[in-house]
Design a protein. Sequence first.
Length: 212
Amino acid sequence: MIIAVDGPAASGKGTLAKRLAAHYGLFHLDTGRTYRAVAAAMCDAGHSLDDSAAAVETARTLDFSGLDAPRLASSAAGEGASRIAVMPALRAALVERQRAFARAASADGHGAVLDGRDIGTVVFPDATVKLFITASPAERARRRALELFGEEAGPNFEAILTDLRRRDERDEGRAASPLRPASDAYILDTTQMSADAAFFEATRLVDKALRN
Ligand code: CDP
């Protein structure tokens, strides 16, 4: 069983994917973290973020056990990830690694929940169920401010909103695997929903897909 969870930045897809994985006994991979980790490793090594060959090599040797590193949560890591994510060769290398992760999870008798931008469209077009999680830019900026700074509104809100809009534009506008819902994805607008409500609605959709 593969559950694909896609959506724009700070839409709540990561929180939801983690809860779905725990609920259904599946492994979880936040594919955004794979892009963030490659960008961070490239900066550490002094590579330019436009260096496609270095990006591919970094992706091939990336250690997935380091994906939980707190520094990967920063806005700078997110910005770096979105910049390198436009490179088709890097995407191909990371998609291969992401599929291998899910294959190993399935071979283990479990399936996986993967969250990102292109899971339902490119990584697993045959996923058991596809969810596309979205929310208004202002609500997403509010959630990101809370996550990063513990504040609902304040000095960081406008900068976060600008950053999210720039990333949305880049993610939706790029030629390689642009952010968009798969034609058979369930679209969940969580602007007015609590995390619990989004989780219950998502399990209802997954249970329905499993019955079919
Ligand atoms: O957590 P947040 O939604 O801010 O970002 P993320 O999911 O960690 O992804 C960071 C960046 O990686 C995104 O802005 C995308 O450009 C890129 N990404 C992607 O292109 N494809 C994916 N499957 C996951 C992330």
